[in-house]
Structure formats: structure tokens, C-alpha cells
Write a protein that binds this ligand. Structure first.
Ligand code: ADP
Length: 448
């Protein structure tokens, strides 16, 4: 950062310095040229009045003497040089210049820039009587003026570098100090941090927000681990209890089969729970790429697979599936949602109950005439490991199905809602056309 400040400040100040040097050089040059012009004009007026008094133009030496050393040249009306006090002679003017001056009735002003190294000649012409008079003044040239200034410019540049280094050191020290202090405070600090510098407020807000986010994630992780271990403990205790009894040899043989079956059932429950937990965590896998899934065909297939399970309670399954609804997701994720909602509609249904599954207008609706959910329980059903029946019985779920559905919907930007009347039934809805505008455009489907 200090390197950047140094380079930027050096670049800016050097640029300003050079601009200033060249501009002031130009201003000074124009001014000296203007001054010379005025001086020559005044001198020319003097020559003119002397010529009028005498009735004839004096010689170049006389004019030069009366004009305090100014160089004088006199031309004939044909443009030929008659006489001059100029030591460099014809080098200070050209024949075109004199011709133009002769053609002009008034004064003719000319600046001759490169006659002698580092000098500029200013010529002023005027026709007096039947002659052309040229007065020549010498001013310092632009390049020479600049060459004079350059050594002092070098000193200025040196001073500038020193000032810039000092400025960089001061700015990084004073500006960065509060930032460093803030960083030290933010590291390993669980409390909300504050600053008295208004400029750092946005940074502090971001740090606080990020810290809170990390704390919430940590809390959620701790809670998750505590829930998982708690849920696993019940089947594990049962397995260990029966295994110890069998191993001790104290269990009568006729009870061993039942104990074995319990161990088997509890082991299956454990592995089913682990599978669910893995499914839940897998939703966070960002490497999974979405693709177009025919949600209509998939829903039909999932519903078909559940038909054998309707028999136990003599349930009726009604379906209205709009064909060709395409959703951007994966087969597995969409199947997970359908599985959880449909299996719950079967599990929490009553004898001879109904299940209505609709997929239309980009919305999936799973409705049942089951036991329903009370208003007190309803806000909690999407929380991890939340089950209405707390008995941990074999047929009671793990409370991970709906959290999985919610997480999948949230990550896909789909809107999940539930409506339930205790004792009468429940309706779950997934709106695929949710906040992030996922695709659900109906298409003609080839059912072949
Ligand atoms: P579980 O594995 O226990 O079914 P879920 O997360 O799927 O876990 O559901 C959480 C709780 O929500 C369940 O324990 C159940 O009481 C209630 N629930 C879910 N779906 C329904 C439904 N269709 N009808 C009545 N209650 C339901």
C-alpha cells in the first residue's frame, strides 16, 4: 500500500511540477517578447519623429545611437539592404519577410526564433519615407530559458521525492494505524467491535456482520452435533443393552430371536439416520451442477413407486400432473423433496384417507387428509431433529425430512409453504417459480 501511495503521489506531484515549469516558462517568454515588441514600437516612433524633424532619415549609426544601442537596418523600397548595425547581418531576417513588410503599410512585427544558438530576434519593420526601417531586439529563447530553469527544477524534483517519501510514511502510519488496531481487535474477539473513526464504520459493520455469521454457524453446528449424538444414543443404548445380555449368556434362548430382531431394527434405524444426515450435509455441496429435470415425469414415477404403500391404510392417491414442467435442479434433489413430502403424507395419514398431488403452474402441492399439525407445532416442523411424536419409537422419524426439503428449496430459490388443520389434514406447497426465477416453462412431453 505504501508503495502505491508513494508512486501515486510522486507521479501526481512530478506531473504538476513539470506542467508548472513549462507553463511558467511559456508565460515568461511571451511576456519578454511582448515587452520587446512594445519597446521596439516606441523606438520606431522616435525614429519616425526624428526623420520628420530632419526632413530625412538619419543614418543607421545615428539612429542606433539615439535609440540606446538598438540594432537598426535600413532597406530600399526594392527590399535590398542598404545599411545595418547588425553584426549577424542578413541572418536575422529573410527576403520574404522584408517583402511582406514592404507590402504592409503599417508596422510589421516578426519574431525570428533560430538565428543564433539560444537567442531570438524580434524584428519590427516600418516604412518611413521611401525606406524600410527594421529595428531588431534580442530576447532569450524558450529553450535557453528552460535550460536555465532545469537545474532548479532538478532541486525541486529532489525535494518533491523527499516530501513524497515523508508523506507516504506519515499517511501509512497515521491512516493505517486505526485499521491495524481494528484488525487486532477483530482477531479472536467474539464481542461486537466499535470504532470512533467514521470512515472505518463500513469496515466495522462488515466485520461485525461476518463475526455474527460465523458465530451463528458455529452455534448451528454445535446444536447439530448435540442433536445427532442425542438421536444416535437411543438406538445405540438399545443395541448395546441387548448385545450385553446375549454376550452374558443370561438371556433365555427363546428371547434371543426377538433381541436379535431389535438389534437389527435399531441398526437399520441408525444407518437410515446416518444416510439422512449425509443427505442433509450433501445439500451444501456447491460442486453439484443443476440441469433441466422433467419434474412432471419424475413426480409421476415417484408417485408410482409409493402405490404399494397405500394399501396398509387403504389410502386413495389422486394426482393432477401438468405434463412437461421443467425445473433446473438434479433428479436426486427433486426426488428427495417428493419422497419426503409424499412419504409424510402417507405416514401421517388416517385409515381410508386421501392424498392429492398436484403439479401445475410451476407449483407442486402435496395435500393429505391426515392427522394434521397443531398451531403450536407448526412453526417448528422445519427445524432439524424436530418430531411431533417425541417417543423415539421405531416408526417415528428423525425429524430431518422437512429440514432437508426446506434447505433444498432455500438453496434453489423455491418457496416452500405449509398449511395444516389439526385433525383434518396438511398441505405442503413448493413454488418453483420463486424468488430467483428458476425455470418451470411447460413443454410438450414425449410420454413414449
Ligand atoms: P420425520 O422424519 O419425523 O417425518 P419430518 O422432518 O419429515 O421428520 O417431519 C417433522 C414433523 O412434522 C414430523 O414429526 C411430523 O409430526 C410432522 N409432519 C410432517 N409432515 C406431516 C404431515 N403431512 N401431516 C402431519 N404431520 C406432519
Amino acid at each position: 500500500m505504501s508503495k502505491r501511495i508513494l508512486i501515486t503521489s510522486l507521479f501526481i506531484t512530478l506531473f504538476i511540477l513539470l506542467i508548472f515549469a513549462f507553463t511558467s516558462n511559456e508565460v515568461y517568454y511571451s511576456q519578454s517578447e511582448g515587452d520587446m515588441h512594445t519597446r521596439l514600437r516606441e523606438q520606431l516612433n522616435t525614429v519616425e519623429s526624428v526623420a520628420a524633424q530632419n526632413g530625412a532619415l538619419p543614418s543607421v549609426e545615428q539612429i542606433a545611437l539615439s535609440l540606446d544601442g538598438a540594432e537598426v537596418t535600413i532597406f530600399t523600397v526594392d527590399g535590398d539592404m542598404e545599411d545595418t548595425t547588425l553584426s549577424v547581418g542578413a541572418e536575422t531576417f529573410s527576403s520574404e519577410e522584408t517583402a511582406t513588410a514592404l507590402a504592409s503599410e503599417n508596422e510589421h512585427f516578426y519574431v525570428c526564433p533560430s538565428v543564433r544558438e539560444g537567442h531570438t530576434f524580434v524584428n519590427l519593420y516600418k516604412r518611413i519615407d521611401d525606406k524600410l526601417v527594421m529595428l531588431t531586439g534580442e530576447i532569450i529563447s524558450r529553450s535557453r530559458m528552460l535550460a536555465t530553469v532545469l537545474p532548479s527544477l532538478g532541486i525541486f524534483i529532489l525535494v518533491d521525492v523527499i516530501v513524497c517519501l515523508l508523506f507516504t510514511w506519515l499517511s501509512t502510519t497515521f491512516i493505517l494505524r486505526p485499521v491495524k488496531e481494528l484488525a487486532m481487535e477483530a482477531i479472536g474477539n467474539n464481542k461486537k467491535i466499535e470504532t470512533r473513526h467514521a470512515e472505518l464504520k463500513p469496515v466495522v459493520d462488515v466485520i461485525n456482520w461476518k463475526n455474527e455469521y460465523v458465530r451463528a454457524a458455529q452455534r448451528s453446528k454445535d446444536e447439530f452435533i448435540s442433536n445427532v449424538t442425542h438421536e444416535m444414543n437411543t438406538p445405540l443404548t438399545s443395541i448395546r443393552g441387548f448385545a450385553e445380555l446375549i454376550a452374558s449368556g443370561s438371556m433365555p434362548k427363546d428371547k434371543m430371536i426377538a433381541a436379535g430382531k431389535t438389534i437389527e431394527a435399531q441398526s437399520e434405524r441408525l444407518s437410515a439416520m446416518i444416510k439422512r444426515i449425509l443427505n442433509y450435509s450433501a445439500i451444501d455441496d456447491d460442486t453439484v451442477k443443476s440441469y433441466d429435470v422433467d419434474a412432471s415425469a419424475l413426480t409421476e414415477r415417484v408417485l408410482d413407486s409409493y402405490v404399494p404403500m397405500l394399501k396398509d391404510k387403504d389410502l386413495t392417491l389422486l394426482r393432477r400432473i401438468e405434463p412437461g414442467m421443467i425445473v433446473s435442479s438434479t433428479q436426486e434433489r427433486l426426488t428427495e423433496i417428493l419422497d419426503n413430502l409424499i412419504s409424510n403424507a402417507i405416514k401421517y395419514n388416517k385409515q381410508n384417507g386421501k392424498i392429492m398431488v398436484t403439479l401445475a403452474g410451476g407449483v407442486l402441492t402435496v395435500e393429505d387428509t391426515g392427522i394434521g399439525i397443531s398451531n403450536e407445532e407448526l412453526p417448528h416442523i422445519f427445524s432439524r431433529f424436530y418430531t411431533v411424536d417425541k417417543s423415539h419409537g421405531e416408526n417415528v422419524g428423525f425429524g430431518l425430512g422437512l429440514p432437508i426439503v426446506r434447505k433444498l428449496c432455500d438453496r434453489s430459490g423455491w418457496k416452500l409453504s405449509v398449511d395444516s388443520v389439526f385433525g383434518e389434514g396438511t398441505v405442503f406447497k413448493v413454488d418453483f417459480g420463486g424468488a430467483h426465477g428458476k425455470k418451470h416453462h411447460p413443454q410438450p412431453v414425449d410420454k413414449g
